[in-house]
Design a protein around this ligand. Sequence first.
Ligand code: FAD
Ligand code: FES
Length: 282
Amino acid sequence: MHKIVRKEQLNPEICLVEAEAKDIALAAEAGQFVILRIDETGERFPLTLYDWDTEKGTVTVVCQAVGVSTKKLCAMAEGEAILDIAGPLGHAAKTKNIGKVICIGGGVGTAEAYPIAKAMQASGNDVTVIIGSRSKDLLICEEDIKKFCDKVHITTDDGSYGKKGFVTDVLKELLEDGSYDLVFAIGPVIMMKMVSGMTKKYSVKTLVSLNSIMIDGTGMCGGCRVRYDEKPHFACVDGPEFDGHLVDFDDLMHRGDRYKDKEKMADDHYEGECKIGLDKKK
Ligand SMILES: Cc1cc2nc3c(=O)[nH]c(=O)nc-3n(C[C@H](O)[C@H](O)[C@H](O)COP(=O)(O)OP(=O)(O)OC[C@H]3O[C@@H](n4cnc5c(N)ncnc54)[C@H](O)[C@@H]3O)c2cc1C
Ligand code: FES
């Protein structure tokens, strides 16, 4: 059991949860994630490690309430306990000797970009951060990012805060004005696709962190399969970080859409794929 020691509501949809998990805190590195199970009837779901404290023996996650399990987590209170937290999982981000880096976070992806940008800065790179949200009230992590980085650009779709528009508008300006060694983007698949398309034209290496559907997180079920460099890869064990110029984003979006429609999922024929939990409900 993992007792919740801090719970904050960052915006109406997104909460921050700090819970006891000493072994994970001791091993955690930026870019890794955990798989949680709230209670005995709960499903396993992945969240990025936002922060960790080796002295307190805690890990912090930031969670957008989109479905059953994420809503359950966001409804929990300090003092309650999460049944399982497994991790750290996935490869850590490589942050040494890179140079000039732009880290981009969109929506809840900002919370996933935060540990990467922080580690990039701690490794001595020159870091610029772009964060974007639909509107000011949905923006998260601005204060935490500004604690370690003084080059922070903010965009909102509706212009209620920062620059009106998308993160790619600021990215384009930065790429026109200067030379960069790496762009790291985390957010909605469409955002990562647009960023990767743009940086390809400027020949800037680009990494993305893929949030494909995960079940076991250990490479066994095939749920998180992505087409990468023309071949199947598993986001949980091969990633979650991939070269954005080699990811088949259209395939990734197509797979994500299928899981949104449970009837479609049950009707579809997934040749050679695991069907855990996909029983047709009439
Ligand atoms: C490596 C990794 C790291 C992640 N880190 C974070 C994080 O730090 N914070 C955060 O809020 N979310 C993160 N996610 C997404 C999170 O895992 C999903 O939102 C969660 O699994 C949804 O579970 P649920 O039971 O609440 O929703 P469900 O009831 O299963 O589904 C509800 C809705 O959420 C969508 N959904 C389900 N799984 C995913 C998914 N993997 N990605 C996007 N949408 C999904 C479904 O399509 C559906 O529309 C991460 C995903 C991965 C793979
Ligand atoms: S989550 Fe099962 S193979 Fe990756």
